[in-house]
Ligand binder design. Structure first.
Ligand code: SF4
Length: 637
């Protein structure tokens, strides 16, 4: 989506040209007024003169008349059901059935001419619902919820279908990844009921107001990537508070991951039915698990999702004299978060003493967190001794492992009174048999502090499968570790996006008591991404949360620069949610659950909010960041 002034034809065309060159396939332009809508003609003409034939979308809020004009010049019109012709004053009131029906009838009458025009011109309509910008009518009846978002969209679909118009695409965006995932899933299910098995309408995916830099990318990857893993989604947009051209490679990487998955999983049923029965697709509920202990660290039960670092290339850690000191320095670099557990692979029996020395060295430099040891079950066939100070044994189990080595693992942990994690490493289709073999061994050798994990192709579906298998075999209370090796691409952004999908999607489904990260990257980088993923999946808050709009032609200040200034001054405020929104038209609604809002309200003017309440109206932009800081300070946050 462009963020230029729509009346500035040349700048808008230049930006669309750059977007198209970067790989963008559809460009959206805001049309806040009739004049802007009329100027879409000039934008289109100049684009075509330059040989750029990218489809155009007009973005409409509050101005049905502008939509009618835009429908003459674009391939698609996006309307927001919450503000197309409905009231949005945050009024709390009861609507009688009759009042509700009357308002809906009035809105439908305003919408019908657009449907007729789009039908006549062969133009598509996106019914683009946003969390936080539902109409007062819908909000009062259904709440600001996925259900409200879906009902709001379906009311507009009813009008389209009454007019025998079907060129409709839907979006259900939210800045909260849980809400976005739930709303899209709910709409998919509702549409499936309506179409009774026939192909349904396409979906446009996005996480709105995702912010910028790593957090914006991670949130987008979690929300969009999770839905693509469900098999939902036909077009996507990544919304970053950055130059829109920088959104394109991020979007391409998210899509690339899913296309790889879809190609590999061809023929396999990817859709919602492969969610374990305990997962509610429409509400986040964390899977219940019993608490186990790794030394003093609780995992599962009511404890937060833990973060573990797996030290790759174990020989280099245990053979070097100063590795413990270097690790301590790395861990100290991650501001505001801590590594809670370490995992190291024991390659052979001889490594046990090296690992014990490494443990002792860690203690000396003050890194007194649990150190667990990972082995291949084959190694346990020999006469292996665990290093002293080992907090848990992680045993890799593959199809080639003998039952003897699996039994041996049970006896070793039983004798040493430490925790055990079974990590299944196999093709998805081989996992059920491996789970059964391990459960058979556990029936012979009862153990209590046990966790499970899986490493297979398609991490999201592997985690779901594992959770479902444990549940089905009456072992659903054991903690699950989501293990992720940040696998081998040179592209750090691609690794981050892949990790966000592989870890974020199960976490949003409520699966996962610990995430264990390793592979390419420095320890501090891996941990930083892990905690950002937990925050993006709304499970652990370790930093300030920013909800900033991507900006568009309505934006009333330099959003990127303002966001950077505010972040610089507030990044120490752990847990505080700050919204930075470009315009007063959509900003207050779409900043959803922010604690404080900084919203453009006119050229050079800003309105500040505490929650949904205005606390300073139309103040000068120069003084607004300081006033915001003072406001946060006065609140005691
Ligand atoms: S909130 Fe931001 S992106 Fe949304 S309409 Fe306003 S300026 Fe544009």
């Amino acid at each position: 989506m462009t963020n230029t002034d729509t009346m500035d034809t040349r700048s808008t065309v230049d930006q669309i040209e750059r977007l198209a060159a970067a790989g963008c396939e559809i460009a959206r332009v805001t049309a806040p007024s009739i004049r802007d809508a009329e100027n879409l003609r000039n934008i289109r003409t100049m684009l075509r003169d330059r040989g750029v034939d990218i489809p155009l979308v007009a973005d409409i809020h509050f101005t049905p008349n502008a939509a009618l004009i835009a429908a003459e010049h674009v391939e698609k019109v996006r309307i927001n059901p919450g503000n197309y012709a409905d009231k949005k004053k945050f009024e709390v009131r009861e609507y009688s059935q009759q009042e509700y029906a009357d308002e809906l009838g009035r809105v439908a009458d305003r919408f019908r001419p657009l449907v007729a025009r789009c039908k006549q011109n062969g133009v598509a309509i996106r019914i683009g619902t946003n969390h936080g910008s539902l109409s007062d009518r819908v909000m009062n009846r259904y709440g600001d919820s996925p259900t409200g978002m879906v009902e709001s969209a379906l009311e507009f679909l009813d009008v389209c279908e009454e007019e025998a118009y079907f060129d409709v695409i839907f979006s259900m965006k939210a800045s909260n990844t849980h809400v976005a995932i739930q709303a899209y899933r709910l709409l998919a299910a509702r549409l499936e009921e309506r179409t009774e098995g026939e192909p349904s309408y396409p979906f446009h995916l996005g996480v709105t107001e995702a912010g910028d830099s790593e957090d914006g990318r991670i949130k987008s990857a979690i929300g969009i990537g999770s839905l693509l893993e469900d098999g939902i989604g036909d077009t996507i947009r990544v919304s970053l508070t950055e130059d829109p051209v920088r959104e394109i490679p991020v979007a391409e990487k998210i899509v690339q991951r899913s296309l790889e998955r879809w190609a590999r999983d061809a023929g396999r049923d990817l859709l919602l039915m492969d969610l374990p029965a305990f997962v509610n697709p429409y509400a986040h509920v964390r899977r219940k698990s019993r608490r186990i202990e790794l030394a003093d660290l609780g995992v599962g039960g009511g404890d937060p999702v833990r973060v573990e670092l797996e030290l790759s290339d174990s020989a280099s850690w245990i053979e070097s004299n100063d590795s413990a000191g270097l690790l301590a320095k790395s861990l100290a670099k991650v501001e505001g978060v801590e590594c809670e557990s370490l995992l190291i692979r024991m390659e052979g029996e001889a490594a046990a003493s090296g690992i014990a020395s490494f443990r002792a060295a860690l203690d000396r430099v003050g890194v007194q967190i649990p150190l667990s040891v990972r082995v291949d079950a084959v190694l346990l066939g020999g006469d292996v001794a665990l290093p002293s100070g080992c907090a848990r044994l992680v045993v890799d189990v593959g199809p080639a492992q003998s039952q003897i080595s699996i039994d041996k693992a049970c006896r070793i942990v039983s004798d040493s009174a430490i925790a055990l994690e079974w990590c299944f490493r196999a093709e998805l289709t081989e996992i059920p048999a491996l789970v059964d073999r391990v459960l058979e061994a556990m029936a012979e050798n009862p153990l209590s502090d046990v966790a499970f994990s899986v490493e297979s192709d398609g991490a999201v579906h592997a985690a779901r499968l594992l959770a479902a298998l444990l549940e089905a075999r009456g072992m659903g209370e054991y903690p699950i570790v989501l293990r992720h090796g940040f696998p081998g691409s040179e592209d750090a952004e691609l690794r981050m996006i892949g990790s966000s999908i592989d870890l974020g999607a199960p976490l949003c489904d409520g699966i996962g008591d610990m995430i264990s990260v390793g592979g390419v990257g420095r320890p501090e980088e891996l941990l930083d991404v892990a905690y950002r993923i937990l925050q993006g999946a709304r499970l652990r808050t370790t930093r300030t949360e920013y909800i900033s709009c991507p900006s568009c032609g309505r934006t009333l200040f330099d959003l990127e620069e303002t966001t950077a200034r505010i972040k610089f001054a507030t990044s120490h405020l752990k847990g505080v949610k700050i919204a930075i929104m470009g315009c007063i038209v959509n900003g207050p609604g779409e900043m959803a659950d922010a604690d404080f809002g900084y919203v453009g309200s006119g050229p050079g003017r800003v309105t500040l909010y505490a929650g949904k309440d205005v606390v300073a109206r139309n103040i000068a932009e120069d003084e607004a960041p300081e006033r915001l800081l003072a406001l946060i300070g006065e609140s005691g946050r």
